[in-house]
Design a protein around this ligand. Structure first.
Ligand code: NAD
Ligand code: TDX
Length: 351
């Protein structure tokens, strides 16, 4: 079947993996990557697919209603996969309004465009909203987030994502917009912007700089290889039930400090340094404000209903990720010059 899909945020970390998967797997689809290219958007992420005939790029700010409407008129989309967002919790603490604007208003503008252009003909239409497990808040030592867990967002980032999820569900109930949602755990892999823990630590270890660990390093995250997330998005977009939410996660919990110790071992090996060298760079720094203790996803529904399962063990995925960063130092150099330096200095100067 021919389809014309808008993938928002396709120049970012996860979005670029989703675009790559879709343009390669579905040559009969027209794929439009709609992205405003913020600091986190980088067309270099897609240099391997940019010349494929079914790939199109459009520079668009999703908060700009006229620009979004013009795009719908130009392409007559029948599906939207919405990933564009401000995505970094620490930045949301520094500048919450930017998160409200893109994540809440931007999502509402897209939903409204679908309502306007799909009015009266909802057949084969679909709006897929990509969200996060952070909307569920913070777990104690035990238990998992399921699709029924009550929302309890605690950072400006997670509050903005929670709000966007509610708008998506509201458009389903009120206007019958055919929506589907997913809430995923922490991703890792290639093309991950080095403000986030894993790529930041790889970059700093490579350059013999301190590796900042917040608080005591005891916070727990549930890590999923980004290509497994992209595969889940493909499956849910095509086969997920309208109006439903699916949790995505790898049953792969790590305390931050244990993860960093493992990463230090991998880096020592890859860089040919004596064992224990990288671990000396670990530096405990002031904790993140409102730092959620633990996230853990129960992805049973997705597995049972749609047959998805993660493809990789974490150790294997982490090695692949390190290999990619060490082979792509030019990419890192490009994204860590200029504005990144400014952010890095603001973020870490106060400790
Ligand atoms: P990212 O920050 O790497 O990329 C975000 C992309 O959105 C960038 O290309 C940026 O240019 C674009 N963008 C930002 N504001 C925009 C605007 N106003 N208009 C158009 N484009 C804009 O983010 P990511 O880590 O790839 O996350 C993608 C999505 O997945 C987000 O919605 C995020 O909440 C969600 N998510 C991320 C994770 C994770 O671990 N990274 C986990 C679960 C869910
Ligand atoms: O320098 C650091 N030191 C540190 O100890 C950084 C950047 C982070 N941390 C800690 C904070 C978290 O407990 O590591 C953990 C992971 O931090 P991030 O990489 O910033 O991710 P997190 O805050 O968990 O959010 C991520 O997962 C869910 C993504 O950024 C979100 O977009 C996604 O929704």
């Amino acid at each position: 079947m021919k389809r014309t899909l808008l993938i928002t945020g396709g120049a970012g970390f996860i979005g670029s993996h989703v675009v790559r998967l879709f343009v390669n797997k579905y040559p009969e689809y027209t794929i439009v990557n709609g992205d405003s290219l913020t600091y986190a958007g980088n067309l270099e992420n897609l240099k391997d697919v940019k010349d494929l005939p079914n790939y199109n790029f459009e520079k668009v700010d999703i908060t700009d209603e006229n620009a979004v409407n013009a795009l719908f008129e130009k392409y007559a989309f029948d599906g939207v996969i919405h990933l564009a967002a401000e995505s970094h919790v620490d930045r949301s603490i520094l500048d919450p309004l930017a998160f409200i604007k893109t994540n809440v208003l931007g999502t509402a503008v897209l939903l409204n465009a679908c309502r306007k252009y799909w009015q009266g003909n909802l057949e084969n239409k679909r709006f897929y909203h990509v969200s996060t497990d952070e909307v569920f808040g913070s777990l104690g030592e035990e238990g998992f987030f399921t699709e029924e867990t009550a929302y309890d967002p605690r950072s400006p980032y997670s509050a903005s994502k929670a709000s966007s999820d509610h708008f998506v569900k509201a458009y389903y109930h009120t206007y019958k917009l055919p929506v589907v949602l997913s809430n995923c755990s922490n991703n890792y892999g290639s093309h991950h912007f080095p403000e986030k823990l894993i790529p930041l630590a790889i970059h700093n270890i490579r350059n013999n700089k301190p590796v900042p660990v917040y608080g005591k390093g005891e916070n727990v995250r549930d890590w999923l290889f980004v290509e497994d997330h992209a595969r889940a998005i493909d499956i849910i977009f095509h086969n997920g039930r309208i109006g439903e939410t699916y949790n995505i996660g790898g049953f792969n919990e790590w305390k931050n400090i244990d993860l960093i110790m493992l990463l230090c071992e991998v880096m020592d090996r890859k860089l040919g340094r004596p064992a224990g060298t990288s671990a000396q760079l670990i530096t405990y720094v002031k904790d993140r404000a409102g730092h959620d203790l633990r996230y853990a996803i129960d992805a049973t529904k997705l597995n049972k209903e749609l047959g998805w399962a993660p493809s990789l063990q974490f150790e294997e995925g982490l090695e692949k990720t390190v290999d990619w960063y060490l082979a792509n130092e030019e990419w890192l150099e490009h994204v860590t010059s200029g504005a990144y330096q400014q952010y890095y200095e603001t973020q870490y100067q106060k400790r």
